[in-house]
Every structure is written in C-alpha cells, then in structure tokens.
Design a protein around this ligand. Structure first.
Ligand SMILES: NC(=O)c1ccc[n+]([C@@H]2O[C@H](COP(=O)([O-])OP(=O)(O)OC[C@H]3O[C@@H](n4cnc5c(N)ncnc54)[C@H](O)[C@@H]3O)[C@@H](O)[C@H]2O)c1
Length: 257
C-alpha cells in the first residue's frame, strides 16, 4: 500500500507522552511506522516505550522537564546522538490547574507558563536548527479551545494556550522557507488521566460529568486521545504539506455558535 502519510520511518518526538493525549499520539505514530521518542517527567513513559517496542516499533523514553532549559538541551543532544534528529515534534506537555485572576499568584502563573508556553518555545529552539539542517520538519503544538473562549476561571491556562497559537503562527512564518511547517491542534475535552484526576480532586465524579456533558454536545460525546492523535497525524503528514500556521480544532463542534 502507498504510504500517503509519509510518516513511516520518520522520527517523531512527543513531550508529555507518558499518558493521556500524548500517549495516544505516541501510539498513533508508532502504528504508522514512526520511530517514537517520548519525553516526559513521568517514568511511565519508559513502560510505554517498552510496550511499543514489544509491539514491533522503535521507541525511546527520555526523562525531561520541558520547563528546564538544561534538561531540554541535554535531551535534544541525546536524541541527536542516538537518532540523528527529529522530523516531527509534538509539543504536548501541559498542566491545567484552574484559577481566576485574583486566585492566580505569581508562582502559579510562572508554573503554567513555564511548562505550557516556555516549554514549547524551548523545545522548538532546541530542534528547529536540526530541522533546518535536514531540510524541513513539522511541529505540532497542542493548544486548547480555552485560547479562543478565554475562560476567566482558568485564566493563566487560557493565556498560555493563546500564546501557543501566536508561537505557532510566528514560527510558521519564520521557518516556512526552510520547509518547516508549524501548526496547532486544539482539543475540546478529553477524559485523560490528568483531567480525570483533576476532577476527582475537586470532588466531581468524572464519569458522571463526562456522560452528562456528552449528551449535550453536537457530536454526542467528548473527545478521546485518539481523536486528537488523528488531527496531529494529519498535521504532521504529507496530506497537509501546504498547511502551516493553522489551528485545527478537534472538539466535535462544541465551539460552534
Ligand atoms: N484533557 C483535555 O481535556 C485537554 C483539552 C485541551 C487541551 N489539552 C492539552 O493537551 C495536553 C495533554 O493533556 P492531557 O489531558 O493528556 O494531560 P495529562 O495530565 O493526562 O498528561 C500530561 C502529560 O504531560 C506530562 N508533563 C507535565 N508536566 C511536564 C513537564 N514539565 N515536562 C514534561 N512532561 C510534563 C505529564 O507527566 C503527563 O504525562 C496538555 O497540553 C493540555 O493542556 C487537554
């Protein structure tokens, strides 16, 4: 069969790939023949890499906190030595604690920005020079529909995701001449491990809430990690070779007005 995606044999790196949406992305790329690198603070990424390898894929885990420039540079150097470079970079690592303006102190703001926005910036800065050297690549930033909705109850988070859209458009314009495409995929709502744990910590029954909300949504359900992974696969593949600087919203129509 013709490889219309052009993903087979490519090296892809996903930050925050140990669980949730990042895990689904790693699995989806492995299914399509990519060499997968999972970069995460959570050692669970090592178990996932072993699982993917047992299923016949080449997969590596690298422990890395994306908010720490030294860890990113060390991780990037290791990728360079072991694998030669990266064709697809997915900036997915993110945290989503909620607070409004007055509930947000400086430390809270810096923690969210450090991981969600600075992490993506630092990772791009580490890998873009090698993408230029190898003649191109694809970067996909995992945003959120909060970038558009604003969401005053998750103020810093929404701002960090708005920043990712600007980062996407800025880098797309700057590096198109080097064959590097930069796009953003915005998930709607996904029952990831992180989101489920966040809800439980606030005393909410996640399954009950997801079922209630799903019944009201245009497409009848919240999204899965696989729904988001398919959007990322498209944005990283040959099928989107003329798409750059764009935002693909995968929310089942939730944002339609
Ligand atoms: N779940 C949703 O409904 C939803 C909606 C919109 C956007 N998103 C975005 O999708 C991305 C993934 O979210 P998820 O729901 O899968 O969350 P999750 O908590 O299940 O997974 C996040 C992963 O990121 C890793 N991570 C956290 N901080 C890190 C750091 N400093 N360095 C490296 N890795 C780190 C975690 O260890 C974890 O493996 C996030 O950017 C999130 O903002 C999620």
């Amino acid at each position: 069969m013709t490889d219309i995606l052009g993903i087979s044999g490519k090296t892809m790196l996903v930050t925050g790939g140990a669980q949730g949406i990042g895990r689904a992305i790693a699995e989806r790329f492995a299914q399509h023949g990519a060499r997968v690198v999972i970069a995460d603070v959570d050692e669970g990424g090592a178990a996932l890499a072993r699982q993917l390898a047992e299923a016949g894929s080449e997969a590596h885990f690298m422990r890395c906190d994306v908010s720490d420039v030294r860890q990113i540079e060390a991780m990037a150097a290791e990728v360079r030595t072991k694998l030669g470079g990266v064709h697809v970079l997915v900036n997915n690592a993110g945290i989503f604690p909620r607070a409004d303006l007055m509930g947000t102190d400086e430390a809270f703001w810096e923690r969210i920005m450090g991981i969600n926005l600075k992490g993506a910036y630092l990772t791009c800065r580490a890998f873009v020079p090698w993408m230029i050297e190898q003649g191109g690549g694809s970067i996909v930033n995992i945003g959120s529909t909060h970038a558009r909705s604003g969401d005053p109850a998750a103020m810093a988070y929404a701002v960090s995701k708005g920043g990712l859209v600007t980062l996407t458009r800025n880098l797309a314009k700057g590096f198109a001449k080097h064959g590097i495409r930069v796009n953003c995929v915005q998930p709607g709502w996904v029952a990831s491990e992180g989101e489920t744990a966040r809800l439980r910590a606030t005393g909410v029954d996640p399954d009950k809430l997801f079922a209630e909300v799903s019944a009201r949504l245009p497409m009848g359900r919240i999204q899965t990690g696989e729904d988001i992974a398919d959007g990322v696969l498209f944005m990283a593949s040959s099928l989107s070779s003329q798409v750059t600087g764009q935002v693909l919203t995968v929310d089942g129509g939730t944002g339609l007005r």
